[in-house]
Structure formats: structure tokens, C-alpha cells
Design a protein around this ligand. Structure first.
Ligand SMILES: *Cc1c(COP(=O)(O)O)cnc(C)c1O
Length: 395
């Protein structure tokens, strides 16, 4: 089906212009400037097979979803974007539509716990081989790729929760030399700070629940890519299995994406201030701060080259007094809310070992017990620092 959008006309425009205008033509019926929420499951046909602009049934295609897909593809500078009911639904459909039992995946050793759970508990029993590698070590990656044929190498950079940095271009060069495709989970950086397709990645995945939605009010995911054959396979399974977002979800994603650049730059500025403050704390309070914007971060040089305009809003910090103190710290903040997830305007704090990453306990992906993860919001940075200061006093 062909659904026209204005996205191509905006190709030369800057990201902020594309974010606001791509896929956002005024509604043809009323001229409504904002894409309506087309809350309809089905569309009237003008005679059997006489579809209006290709619309037949909302699992297959919906104008609000189509508008977000065109907007996101344009923001990414990609040919195609397909959105899903969650980030994990997007990952599931990408893998199930392009892998078969006997294929192998090489996974970085620090990834979102839910991604690991899906691979280890669903894809491995289905017959997919899974190996884990220190993905920041190009020599280790190269040795692993030479040892076995891998369909995909799975890169999360910055990674969740340790904010490790992988050199996408260097990884893509080795992977492609071995016929392996590169998937980058770009959720933490967002399309504002990092452009994996330009750096050589084959597929980008997002949890739009995070920075793209940006207001902690929608769960969603997306696959962004240029390869038509993979796009067709993903689109087939998306329609065949149906893990699509609702029109209202798509509308929230559209609204979020319009202000993504403003928000992500402010998240980054705030996080840099908070990370510098944390790093300046005495050693009996803070053992270590993980933020790619700090020169002390092992991936800082690569991040400075690979990320554009900031290092993102995520910080992890190891609390010197250990596990119990870390839990008390996470419960003692007043502006940072104790909750899972990230990327919304409000600051959140969590304990990965007991919360988001409980599913990797006992594996090579286990995270330090005294680790606290901060999603730094867009409140005033000094208020956020004062909140952390009083929480340290409370432990
Ligand atoms: C949250 C998250 C996911 C999963 O997305 P959902 O929308 O929660 O399904 C995948 N990758 C990363 C890096 C995430 O933070």
C-alpha cells in the first residue's frame, strides 16, 4: 500500500525541523494541524477493495501510527521506521522475523535486563544460540566473530545500567567482515545524540517508552532501518502477529518526538552537572560514578566522538557503604522518584540489582549490588543536587 507523506521533502532540513514537520501534514478533512488520534479499527471501502489511501484495518495500518513512523524515520535519516506496542515487542518481531533455530546472536555483556530475558528465556529454548562478549573490547569481539557464524551482534551504547560505550563504526567494520549484521539499541542516546545507521549499523531499535515518548506516559517501541528486505520481513510479522501500538500511543509518541531535541539536550546538561557533583563527593560516600561525559569514564573518548551534543541523562553511581546503604539512598530522595524506567521529564532513581536487572542475577551480566541508577530529568540541576545531598545525609 502507498501512503504519501511529506517526509521526503524535508530530507535536507535540520533534525528539529524534521521532528516537528515530517509525517505531520494537516488532516485532509478538516485541516487540523495536529495529527488526529484515528481511534478506529476499520475503514470504509469504496466498493470491495476500494481502499481510501491504502487504509483497511488498524492492525495493518493506521493513520496516526503511520504519521509517527514517517516522523521517526525522518528524524533518524532512515528509509523505514515501524512502531510497536513496546520496545521488547519491537525486538521480538525483528528477531523472530529474521532468525531461525540454529542461528546465533552475539550479545554485549551489559544490556537491558528484559532484552537478556527475552533472548535467554524465549529465543534460546527456540533454538537460537546466544553468546555474551565484552563488547567494548574490539579484539574480543573480533575473536568471537571469527569463531562462529553470527547472524547479529547486539550493541547497546551507552549500555544499561553501566553506561559502557561501544565504538559502533569499529564494531560494524569487524562484524560486516564476518557477514554479521549489527543491531544498535539506541534507547539511551536517542536519535538526537547518536546516529548508528550513519556509523554503519544495520538496524536501530528503540524503546519509545523512554526519551522519545519522554513523559513517562506511554509504552512503545520501534525498529528503524534502511534495508528493504528486512523491513518487509518485520512488517509481515508485525501484521501477522499484531504487537502494534494503539492510535493514542502513537499520538503520544508523535508529541514526544517533536520536543525530543530540546529535552535531551537539557537532560544531558543536567546529568553532566549531577555527575560532576557526585564525582566530587568524598570516597566514603561515592565509590564510583559511571557517566560517559566524565573524563574518568573508560569510554569517554569514543563517546565524545560518537555522541553529538551531549552524553545523555543516565548516570550510575556505586554507593561506598554497600548494598543496604544503596537501597536506603534510593528510598531517601524527595525529587528523584523511586521507580523503574527512564527518559521522562521527571528524575527517577532505582536499584538495578533488585529492580530492572533482577533477571540477570547470577549470570555474567550481573550488576554491582551497590549500584544506583539515576534518570536525570529536566528539573533545575541545583535542586536535583540538593536532593541527592540530603539523601546522602539520610543513609
Ligand atoms: C526499556 C528498554 C527496553 C525495553 O523497552 P520496553 O518499552 O520497556 O519494552 C529495551 N532496551 C532498553 C535499553 C531499554 O531501556
Amino acid at each position: 500500500m502507498t501512503i504519501s507523506t511529506n517526509a521526503a521533502a524535508l530530507n535536507a532540513a535540520a533534525l528539529s525541523t524534521r521532528a516537528i514537520h515530517a509525517g505531520q501534514e494537516p488532516d485532509p478533512t478538516t485541516g487540523a494541524v495536529v495529527t488526529p488520534i484515528y481511534m478506529t479499527s476499520t475503514f470504509k471501502q469504496d466498493g470491495v477493495g476500494g481502499l481510501r489511501h491504502g487504509y483497511d484495518y488498524s492492525r495493518s495500518v493506521n493513520p496516526t501510527r503511520n504519521s509517527f513512523d514517517a516522523q521517526l524515520a525522518s528524524v533518524e535519516g532512515a528509509k523505514y521506521a515501524l512502531s510497536f506496542a513496546s520496545g521488547l515487542a519491537a525486538i521480538d518481531v525483528l528477531l523472530r522475523s529474521t532468525l531461525k533455530p540454529g542461528d546465533n546472536i552475539l550479545l554485549g555483556n551489559d544490556v537491558y535486563g528484559g532484552t537478556y530475558r527475552l533472548l535467554a528465556k524465549v529465543f534460546v529454548p527456540w533454538g537460537v544460540g546466544l553468546d555474551v562478549v565484552d563488547i567494548t573490547d574490539t579484539a574480543a569481539v573480533s575473536a568471537a566473530l571469527a569463531a562462529k557464524p553470527y547472524k547479529y551482534i547486539w550493541v547497546e551504547t551507552p549500555s544499561n545500567p553501566l553506561l559502557n560505550i561501544t565504538d559502533i563504526a569499529a564494531t560494524a567494520a569487524v562484524a560486516h567482515a564476518h557477514g554479521t549484521k549489527v543491531v544498535v539499541d539506541n534507547t539511551f542516546a536517542s536519535p538526537v545524540l547518536q546516529h548508528p545507521l550513519e556509523d554503519g549499523a544495520d538496524v536501530v531499535v528503540y524503546s519509545t517508552t523512554k526519551y522519545i515518548g519522554g513523559h513517562s506516559d506511554v509504552v512503545g517501541g520501534a525498529i528503524v532501518l534502511n534495508d528493504e528486505e528486512t523491513k518487509d520481513a518485520v512488517a509481515f510479522l508485525q501484521n501477522a502477529a499484531g504487537a502494534v501500538p494503539s492510535p493514542f500511543d502513537s499520538w503520544l509518541d508523535i508529541r514526544g518526538l517533536k520536543t525530543l531535541e530540546l529535552r535531551v539536550k537539557q537532560h544531558s546538561r543536567n546529568a553532566m552537572k549531577v555527575a560532576q557533583w557526585l564525582e566530587s563527593q568524598p570516597a566514603d560516600l561515592v565509590e564510583r560514578v559511571w557517566y560517559p561525559g566524565l573524563e574518568s569514564h573508560p569510554g569517554h573518548e569514543i563517546a565524545a566522538r560518537q555522541m553529538h551534543g551531549g552524553f545523555g541523562g543516565m548516570i550510575s553511581v556505586q554507593i561506598a557503604a554497600g548494598f543496604e546503604a544503596a537501597k536506603r539512598f534510593a528510598g531517601a530522595t524527595q525529587i528523584f522518584t523511586l521507580a523503574e524506567s527512564l527518559g521522562g521529564v521527571e528524575s527517577l532513581i532505582e536499584h538495578p540489582g533488585a529492580m530492572t536487572h533482577a533477571s540477570v542475577a547470577g549470570t555474567t551480566l550481573e550488576v554491582p549490588a551497590n549500584l544506583i541508577r539515576l534518570s536525570v530529568g529536566i528539573e533545575d540541576a541545583d535542586d536535583l543536587i540538593a536532593d541527592l545531598e540530603q539523601a546522602f545525609k539520610a543513609i
